[in-house]
Design a protein around this ligand. Structure first.
Ligand code: ZN
Length: 351
């Protein structure tokens, strides 16, 4: 075989193995960011006869004529106190939440949270958990809260009951497989929820997490006029009322993730205690008995009171928390290495 062809073959196979080991969560999973199929055994979890007859919308907040009857959040931010979490009920408490990850930007944010002893809530996309289970393991190990945020991020009022069940249960299954936890809280994409979606989520055993402060940082991904300083600017304004809040940011986008530390410094310096939302509301985070805690005082010699406003991307000295996740996925890397050696041997034998 010609040496150039051999080199190309070798490179192709090498990249194939590397990408194989990146898809780290064991099992067979639906396509990334695509509506997942329904599993027949999930159908009996929801009694369709009990569902309010809210019409399936054709677009997000497309028809608000029945907004009052079916409490459609996207129309008028209507909420139901029995099922919906909108803010922290205590005094000067703040639920910081990040949506749509795990992403390539989540680890640097986790580094900052660890350095400053800050505990928050992550609403994760099931298909991205399959891509980055080791990041979800860090989220769990470092004391943050995990909330279900669907598999493919649809507007839930626009999809069928079967599709909603599949979106939530596949995400729950991915989280269970990755870290062994079953969340009891879900967050609807775009906050899009009505009484039909509420009833489905409630019958599946979830409380519904909304928010009362929104950075709109997701616009940074598509709007070139979005100014990163708007994110800390929002928080600077919000802390002045002294009330408790739950805020929405995104760790999916670089500008959102990179400005998250500045926002945390503002909230902490204003005298707030940052808590996972299950801690501030007193609701269980998971089916399993896991006690999450509030943020503690920032250790000395950290950037908690600094003014740079950027995530410290240096890796932390303490890697003990990652050891269990490393071992869980280490077998994939070992397998790849063995296969790689076989390929090299085969390639040499063809010379
Ligand atoms: Zn989202």
């Amino acid at each position: 075989m010609h040496l150039t062809s051999l080199s190309a073959l070798f490179t192709t196979i090498l990249f194939a193995f590397l990408s194989l080991s990146e898809a780290a969560l064991p099992g067979t999973w639906p396509l990334l960011d695509k509506p997942p199929p329904m599993k027949p055994e999930w159908a009996s979890l929801v009694n369709i006869q009990q569902l309010p007859k809210a019409p399936i919308q054709t677009t997000l907040a497309g028809n608000c004529s029945q907004a009052a009857q079916f409490c459609i959040w996207s129309c008028n931010t209507c909420t139901r106190s029995a099922s919906d979490i909108v803010t922290c009920p205590g005094t000067k408490e703040w639920g910081i939440s990040y949506d749509d990850g795990p992403s390539p930007y989540t680890p640097a944010l986790l580094d900052f949270l660890k350095q400053t002893n800050t505990k928050v809530t992550f609403a994760v996309i099931g298909s991205r958990v399959v891509e980055r289970p080791e990041v979800l393991q860090r989220i769990k190990d470092e004391g943050h809260e995990i909330v279900i945020h669907t598999w493919s991020h649809p507007s839930l009022t626009t999809v069928s009951t079967q599709q909603i069940i599949a979106e939530l249960k596949w995400t729950e299954l991915a989280i269970q497989t990755a870290v062994g936890l079953t969340p009891k809280i879900m967050r609807p994409p775009f906050g899009d929820i009505d009484d039909r979606v509420r009833s489905i989520a409630t019958q599946l055993g979830y409380k519904i997490l909304l928010w009362d402060r929104d950075t709109f940082d997701w616009k940074s991904a598509s709007d070139p006029s979005f100014q990163p300083s708007w994110i800390p600017g929002n928080f600077t304004q919000w802390v002045t009322d002294g009330n408790s809040h739950i805020s929405l940011e995104h760790d999916l986008y670089p500008i959102g993730a990179q400005n998250a530390p500045a926002a945390i410094k503002i909230v902490r310096n204003a005298g707030y205690t940052i808590k996972p939302v299950s801690v501030c509301t007193g609701m269980p985070a998971y089916v399993q008995n896991v006690q999450l805690v509030a943020s503690g005082p920032a250790p000395p010699n950290t950037t908690a009171n600094g003014t740079d406003g950027t995530a410290n991307t240096a890796s932390t000295n303490d890697t003990s928390n990652n050891s269990s996740s490393s071992s869980a996925f280490g077998s994939h890397h070992l397998l790849s290495s063995v296969l790689l050696l076989i390929v090299i041997s085969m390639a040499i034998s063809t010379l």
